[in-house]
Each structure stands twice: as structure tokens, then as C-alpha cells.
Design a protein around this ligand. Structure first.
Ligand SMILES: NC(=O)c1ccc[n+]([C@@H]2O[C@H](COP(=O)([O-])OP(=O)(O)OC[C@H]3O[C@@H](n4cnc5c(N)ncnc54)[C@H](O)[C@@H]3O)[C@@H](O)[C@H]2O)c1
Ligand SMILES: [Zn+2]
Ligand SMILES: [Zn+2]
Length: 361
């Protein structure tokens, strides 16, 4: 048995997305069907549509989602029918070399559903990040479902499923920010602003936001930035050094992921400081720097995959902080849209008008 529902599909490189009928199999062993309540529009969905991730068209887009478990397959005991869950793309295996050495946040063999969702003609769909949640329902591995407080707003907490968690975790997990530290964040979109929110939560003293767009800098201030720099008119490295007593910031987060922003991050940190790269570069980008500068600056240069999060540990924690009014996750939802409006939301995102558009189903 299977069921047919609506889903947002990218059929070919660069072609506008379409809402079409998709076929969801009944869950097999270890699998779960989730009725989606809300799903945020992330830059990565657009990357898929543009062929920037891989060529496995057609894609079923959407991956920052929350919903309710509709049915479970054999052997599933971590979630039950009716549970409210946030979907994740890090269902850790427990068996790979990273998991075995106690670093499951790097798991090299994460789980997804084994069966394929399809178009009505049987063409197999590639779900974005193994999720595919711009759809009434989706099929995932049970480990991709993290139970959270069912009274939370799905449009808000679903965002923890990708970008917001990536930014929060880049600050708190990868950057290891602690009380009193100075932090700079380059690029204040959904990911960068979540890093700013994370820096504030961790007790950073000075939080410097860098962007090319004043509107983004205003949002960054609202989320906790103590200083802002518009890098179209001011050299961010010099200004960050000035703000931090001539030294540079303890932790600098690059939430853009371009050679020029990475260089700014590299030189804007204090001696022995940390750079965290969370923005995703494209394969054509290269970086050239004097090797002596790596040595003489010391410290650490890190990349942050999904904010080094463990969904089972982190999602319920941040949902609870949000529910207590201690983490303003709701500020990331700029607009709520319908399933037919994803293509329009890509344009809005491109124009920099939103932190997140969220599809509500
Ligand atoms: N590492 C991960 O696991 C992970 C997860 C999700 C997203 N990401 C990546 O994070 C990055 C940011 O995502 P987002 O959703 O916040 O995107 P976004 O488009 O909402 O935000 C990007 C921001 O960077 C600013 N910007 C662009 N070029 C700049 C420059 N040269 N200097 C300063 N600011 C600049 C833009 O004005 C914008 O505010 C993307 O590359 C995305 O793919 C990474
Ligand atoms: Zn593993
Ligand atoms: Zn994403």
C-alpha cells in the first residue's frame, strides 16, 4: 500500500519547482511516515534546484521541518504514532569509526529511509538532505525524527532541523563560545543570526555582526549583536580589531563561505583565536594565504557541519529554551507561505528580504 500526496519537486537544473502528486510508500522496517506541519525554505533547497549539490534530479525539496508521526514500520520503538517531531539529517549509526571513537556528531554513515518516494509514473525522487518535506507527508528513517514539546509552534521549531541549528551549533558546539568572550559573525542571514543568538546564549560579551546589508544588520542587533559593521563601506578586519582593543575577536564565524569572507575571519581573530567556517563554499573557490600567517596566528581553524549537533541532545534543549522565552527562535520566521509559493520564496530569499519563509501545511 502507498498513498499519493502533494510535494514540491525540482525536475531539472534551473527549472522552476512544481507542486506535483508524489507517492509515499508505507513505512518499512526502521522507517516512519511523518505528516508535515511546516517546513522552512533554506538556501540549500535552491542549491539543489540549481544543480549545485548533485545531478540526481528529480529532487523532492524541503528539509527544515516539523510534523506528526503518522505511521511507523517494523522495529521502530524510538517514536510512536502521534508524536510531534522535528526532522533531522543526522540519524547517527553508532557503528562507523567516528561514532565508535565517541564523536557521533561526525557520523560518516547516517541513516535515511531505504525505500524511495516516487512520482506517479514511478520515477524515484531524491529527497533534499534525505528528508523532502515540502510535502503533505514524507518517508524518513526513525532516527531522523526527534521528539520535542508538542505545544511548540511547528513553523518555529522546524527551523532547528537545519539552518538555525547550524548557526547555533557553530557558536556553541564548534566555536565553544563561553562567557565574556568576543565574537564576530560574518554574514547575518538565518545561519549567521542563529550564531549571534547562540553567542548571546553562551554569554559572549562583545558580539560583532558583519554584513553588506543594513536590514540584515538591524535583525542581527535584534538577536543580540552589540556592534555592527557594513563591510561595503568599512574594512571589517580593522573595525573588529578596533572594537576588541586592537586584538581581534576570540571566535570569528564565517557564515558566508567565500574566500574573501574567510580571509576576513582569519585575520579578524585574536592570537590563538578560533575561526569557524559554517557557510558552504562552491567547488570552484580556492584560498591562498601566507603559510607563516597560519603558524604565527596559532589557534584553531574549524569547519562546522550542521553545527556539530546531536539532534537527540540539542533539539529538545533548544525547544525548551524557546518555550521558556529564553531563545527567540520565532524571530527567524519572517513569513508563512503556502506550498505553492516555494518558487516565489526563492526570489524573496535572493533579494535578502527574509531570514526564513516557512511553508505551512
Ligand atoms: N554548515 C552547515 O551545516 C550549514 C547548514 C545550513 C546552511 N549552511 C550555509 O550557510 C550559509 C548561510 O546560509 P543562510 O541561510 O544564512 O543564507 P542567507 O542567504 O540567508 O544569508 C547570507 C548572508 O550573508 C550576507 N553576505 C553575502 N556576501 C557577503 C559578504 N561578502 N560579506 C558579508 N556578508 C555577506 C548576505 O547579505 C546575507 O545576509 C550558506 O552558505 C548555507 O549553504 C551551512
Ligand atoms: Zn556513525
Ligand atoms: Zn538547510
Amino acid at each position: 500500500m502507498s498513498q499519493t500526496v502533494r510535494g514540491v519537486v525540482a525536475r531539472a537544473k534551473g527549472a522552476p519547482v512544481e507542486v506535483v502528486p508524489i507517492v509515499i510508500p508505507d513505512p518499512g522496517p526502521g522507517e516512519v511516515v511523518v505528516a508535515i506541519a511546516a517546513c522552512g525554505v533554506c538556501h540549500t533547497d535552491l542549491h539543489y534546484r540549481e544543480g549545485g549539490i548533485n545531478d540526481e534530479f528529480p529532487f523532492l525539496l524541503g528539509h527544515e521541518a516539523a510534523g506528526v508521526v503518522e505511521s511507523v514500520g517494523a522495529g521502530v520503538d524510538s517514536v510512536n504514532v502521534g508524536d510531534f517531531v522535528v526532522l533531522n539529517w543526522r540519524a547517527v549509526c553508532g557503528q562507523c569509526r567516528a561514532c565508535k571513537r565517541g564523536q557521533p556528531q561526525y557520523c560518516f554513515s547516517t541513516f535515511n529511509a531505504t525505500q524511495k518516494m516516487t512520482l506517479e509514473d514511478g520515477t524515484e525522487l531524491s529527497p533534499a538532505l534525505g528528508i523532502g518535506a515540502f510535502a503533505d507527508k514524507t518517508l524518513v528513517h526513525a532516527g531522523q525524527c526527534t521528539k520535542v514539546d508538542p505545544t511548540a509552534d511547528p513553523a518555529v521549531v522546524g527551523l532547528l532541523g537545519c539552518g538555525v541549528m547550524a548557526g547555533l551549533g557553530a557558536a556553541v558546539n564548534t566555536g565553544g563560545i563561553t562567557r565574556g568572550q568576543s565574537v564576530a559573525v560574518i554574514g547575518c542571514g538565518g545561519v549567521g543570526d542563529a550564531a549571534i543568538m547562540g553567542a548571546r546564549l553562551a554569554g559572549a560579551g562583545t558580539i560583532i555582526a558583519v554584513d553588506r546589508d543594513d536590514k540584515k544588520l538591524a535583525w542581527a542587533t535584534d538577536l543580540g549583536a552589540t556592534h555592527v559593521i557594513n563591510s561595503t563601506s568599512v574594512d571589517p578586519v580593522e573595525r573588529i580589531q578596533e572594537i576588541t582593543g586592537g586584538f581581534g575577536a576570540d571566535v570569528v564565524i564565517d557564515a558566508v563561505g567565500r574566500p574573501e569572507t574567510y580571509k576576513q575571519a582569519f585575520y579578524a581573530r585574536d592570537l590563538a583565536g578560533t575561526v569557524v567556517l559554517v557557510g558552504v563554499p562552491t567547488p570552484d573557490m580556492t584560498l591562498e594565504l601566507p603559510l607563516i600567517d597560519f603558524f604565527s596566528h596559532g589557534g584553531s581553524l574549524k569547519s562546522s557541519w550542521y553545527g556539530d549537533c546531536l539532534p537527540e541532545r540539542d533539539f529538545p534543549t533548544y525547544v525548551d529554551l524557546y518555550q521558556q522565552g529564553r531563545l527567540p527562535l520565532e524571530k527567524f520566521v519572517t513569513e508563512r507561505i503556502g506550498i505553492d509559493d516555494v518558487e516565489k520564496a526563492f526570489d524573496t530569499m535572493h533579494r535578502g528580504e527574509v531570514l526564513r519563509s516557512v511553508v505551512v501545511l
